[in-house]
Design a binder for this molecule. Structure first.
Ligand code: ATP
Ligand code: MG
Length: 419
């Protein structure tokens, strides 16, 4: 038997309704902040990520799906969305027409990782990018949009962790101090961190390894190496968040995996997800446009892991489920089958979700199916109803039955289902 590819998932059944609820939020919420959707291809040239994400990152170093196409070009299934968005913004000179450009995106990404709960090889991100502003108000707006997303989804028990990475010059001075400290403890570092020490020492700071963490606790702190301007930027971001009632914890060891960040970095972390507990990551990435040949364009953004949102929503849903508004039309006899199918069409046009039998099943079997689906009401059509031009509505929650003239059916249903 041929099976789905390891680390990838079929989405179906009850879970789909959760995805739809999220997708409704993705389409409406960023729009209220003035963001427009941007869609890029799933495949990009491999060089985009090598240059834009960085050879030393986990993503480029060991997680990319890269292949040669029939023409010999090296292509990659996108492992993240910021580099493609920036490529597209440069390619379409978006900033020339709109010096502050606000974009959101949603779609599948691919990383060759070890699959586990909350970590897959095909997964989805919802994210936003604010291009063109170097100011702390932009960082704050992006964090507000992320926080509003969490609020609309209805998640609780999520903490915003925030830090500043300053600018590249400040990090160079700090890097020297950090490396010298870590070299004194090199024998106790994990193998991964020994490697990071050579290529990307800041990443040792957010190592998940227990031994590494014990060493990192006493490492020099980047914040102490920042100049006044960088500190001021960070403090303004924090002040705006506080005014907006968004609580946060400053996490000096938060560096995030990507090379292109500067100034603010942040993560929204769930206390209910186990090991894969970051639902959203983001930050400012002022150097990226220049890396991709787009000149000096400051930018800031975030991305949510949609699978992790779905996991959290399903946990919420299992605590208190909400009722369906679906209808079932039950034909009592053979003569009622066609009228039932036509009535279903009429009600679907009026916006209802309607189920109708196409297996020529008995009335009893139809009622059983309506029960199994968990519909809100069953509409019964039989000899009497056809003669009198009525429908018998069986309320599946309250249990009462009402006879309603066909001509008033829609308005009756709208009222009855609302109650
Ligand atoms: P992690 O530390 O979990 O590997 P990351 O730093 O690699 O995360 P980002 O590149 O910042 O993640 O991606 C943003 C979000 O996308 C993450 O916070 C997470 O919710 C989600 N995400 C990342 N990788 C995966 C994956 N393999 N499967 C499912 N979701 C993922
Ligand atoms: Mg990762």
């Amino acid at each position: 038997m041929i099976k789905v590819v390891r680390g990838m998932r079929d989405l179906f059944g009850a879970e789909i309704a959760t995805w739809h609820r999220l997708e409704d939020i993705f389409r409406s919420l960023p729009a209220r902040f003035g963001y427009q959707e941007f869609r890029t291809p799933i495949v990009e040239s491999a060089d985009l990520f090598r240059r834009g994400v960085g050879e030393e990152t986990d993503i480029v170093g060991k997680e990319m799906y890269t292949f040669e196409d029939r023409g010999g070009d090296s292509l990659t299934l996108r492992p993240e969305m910021t580099a493609p968005i920036v490529r597209a913004a440069i390619e379409h000179t978006l900033l020339r027409h709109q010096p502050t450009t606000r974009l959101w995106y949603y779609g599948p990404l691919f990383r060759y990782e070890r699959p586990q709960k909350g970590r897959y090889r095909q997964f989805h991100q919802f994210g936003a990018e604010l291009l063109g502003s170097p100011h702390p108000e932009a960082d704050a707006e992006i964090i507000m949009l992320a926080a509003e997303t969490i609020r609309e989804v209805g998640l609780q028990n999520i903490t915003l962790q925030i830090n500043t990475l300053g600018i590249s010059e400040e990090r160079s001075a700090y890097r020297a101090a950090l490396v010298s400290y870590l070299e004194d403890h090199v024998h106790d570092l994990s193998e991964d961190s020994k490697r990071r020490l050579q290529h990307n020492p800041l990443r040792v700071l957010d190592s998940k390894d227990e031994g590494d963490r014990r060493i990192v606790v006493n490492a020099p702190v980047l914040f102490n190496y920042l100049e006044a301007a960088s500190k001021q930027h960070f403090e303004t971001v924090l002040a705006i968040l506080s005014s907006a009632g968004i609580s946060f914890t400053i996490e000096h060891r938060l560096v995030r995996g990507l090379d292109y960040y500067s100034h603010t970095v942040f993560e929204f972390v769930s206390n209910d997800l186990g090991a894969q507990n970051t639902v959203c990551g983001g930050g400012r990435y002022d150097p990226l446009f220049a890396l991709l040949g787009g000149g000096d364009v400051p930018a800031v953004g975030f991305s949510f892991g949609v699978e992790r949102l779905v996991l959290l929503m399903e946990e919420l849903a299992s605590k208190g489920s909400q009722g369906s508004e679906d209808l079932y039309i039950c034909a009592i006899n053979e003569e009622a089958r066609l009228p039932a199918q036509l009535l279903a069409l009429r009600l679907r046009r009026a916006g209802f979700v309607v189920h109708v039998d196409v297996q020529r099943r008995s009335m009893k079997a139809q009622m059983k199916e309506a029960d199994k689906i968990g519909v809100r009401a069953t509409l019964v059509l039989g000899e009497e109803e056809l003669r009198d031009q009525t429908v018998t509505i069986k309320d599946m929650v309250g249990g009462q039955q009402t006879s309603v003239p066909l001509s008033q059916l829609e308005s009756h249903l709208h009222q009855a289902l609302k109650a």
